[in-house]
Design a protein around this ligand. Structure first.
Ligand code: UTP
Length: 354
């Protein structure tokens, strides 16, 4: 079994964070989203992985996944962003005659992907799709299953959904699936849709098995999803203090990595602090990740993702639910501000009070 991770898109819905780096390389719980995906595949026994990239994403994606032990990663170019069906088709030669799974580069599964691959192998199905129960499935591909769990209907973004089972970002296929991808025509939104190729497989009598997602699943398409994914990943953090901690009060599960420093601070886990980060005269509340080399000084932060080499200094109000990008700075004067000076790039958001 090989795996394809499509990661050629930049993630326009996550601007401005994705002006500088593609969505699969944004960090949650101090790790790029795509690294969580590669690790899940490795844990499921899949070690041959092709990441589909574009000119714009290749460098950042390669940097994010380089050095992960135990896997062999190839990069495949998708010259034009023509949709998921096209991204997967680009890997046809690389896959050859092997079975393969497709794991969307911005998805996270609490319990990994092993169970879907097991069902694929055990049932001998032509395809397996991960399906998740959602309250409002109308924004997703929606599947209807028969009593044996076979997909009998699949509708993209239906106005009247036939079930609450939305298509999540993990599929398994036999190599013959490429014939359906190669025969695709452009959809109304101008993309080659993987859903259309699966429908074509079903129309020709193919056995598509639905497997319900156990545990949580997140598609990190938007800012709130990143904060939420960070929270869910930190829920299973195990405490470990390898860095320096002086005159501070730590409660709950806290990770202070080697090379990080915490001084005169209160930390309520789950919180993770990466190497090189400095937390001083600060309060860090639950579900906060502090990235490598970042500084939190004279400030209070909770339920937030602070990426690498960022700074939060002398801020007299508590920051909650924030995404602070690489090298971004939030600087106050230590007093409750009556005046704000903002220098914001395109598509930035500042919410004053919440
Ligand atoms: P998305 O549609 O969620 O990602 O595709 P996007 O296009 O980057 O994000 P938005 O819609 O502009 O905000 C899911 C995954 O499939 C990849 C994306 O990189 C993402 O990891 N993808 C999508 C490709 O590799 N190629 C494509 O043509 C489309």
């Amino acid at each position: 079994m090989k795996a394809i991770i499509p990661a050629a898109g930049f993630g326009t819905r996550l601007r401005p964070l994705t002006f500088a780096r593609p969505k699969p390389t944004l960090r949650v719980a101090n790790q790029p989203i795509i690294v969580h995906a590669v690790r899940s595949l490795y844990q499921a026994g899949v070690t041959e992985i092709a990441v589909v990239v574009s000119d714009l994403t290749q460098q950042a994606v390669e940097q994010a996944v380089s050095g992960i032990e135990g896997v062999c990663i190839s990069y495949i170019d998708q010259p034009e962003m023509l949709g998921l069906g096209n991204a997967v088709l680009m890997a046809r030669e690389w896959v050859g005659q092997d079975d393969f799974c497709v794991y969307l580069g911005d998805n996270l599964f609490e319990n990994g992907v092993g169970s879907y691959i097991d069902v694929f192998n055990e049932t001998g199905a032509d395809s397996v799709m991960a399906l998740v129960s959602v309250p409002d499935p109308s924004a997703f591909g929606v599947a209807e299953l028969d009593e044996r769990g076979r997909v009998v209907r699949l509708v993209e973004k239906p106005t009247n959904p036939v079930s609450n089972l939305a298509v999540a970002g993990l599929y398994c296929f036999r190599p013959a699936f490429f014939e359906h991808l190669a025969a695709l025509t452009l959809s109304a939104r101008g993309e080659y849709e993987i859903t259309d190729a699966i429908l074509s497989l079903m129309e020709r009598g193919g056995h598509v098995q639905g497997v319900r997602v156990q545990g949580w699943w997140r598609d990190t398409g938007q800012a709130a999803d990143l904060i939420d994914a960070n929270r869910l990943l930190l829920e299973r953090l195990e405490d470990s203090i390898l860095g320096e901690v002086h005159n501070s009060h730590l409660t709950g599960r806290v990770v202070v990595e080697l090379g990080a420093t915490v001084r005169n601070s209160t930390i309520m886990g789950p919180v993770t602090i990466a190497p090189g980060a400095v937390v001083e005269n600060a309060y860090l509340g639950p579900f906060t990740s502090v990235g490598r080399g970042s500084v939190i000084q004279n400030a209070e932060v909770e339920c937030s993702v602070i990426d690498e080499y960022a700074q939060v200094r002398d801020v007299a109000v508590r920051l909650h639910g924030c995404l602070i990008g690489v090298r971004a700075r939030v600087v106050g004067h230590g007093t409750v501000p009556r005046v704000h000076r903002l220098i914001l790039s395109d598509a930035s958001t500042v919410e004053l009070g919440c």
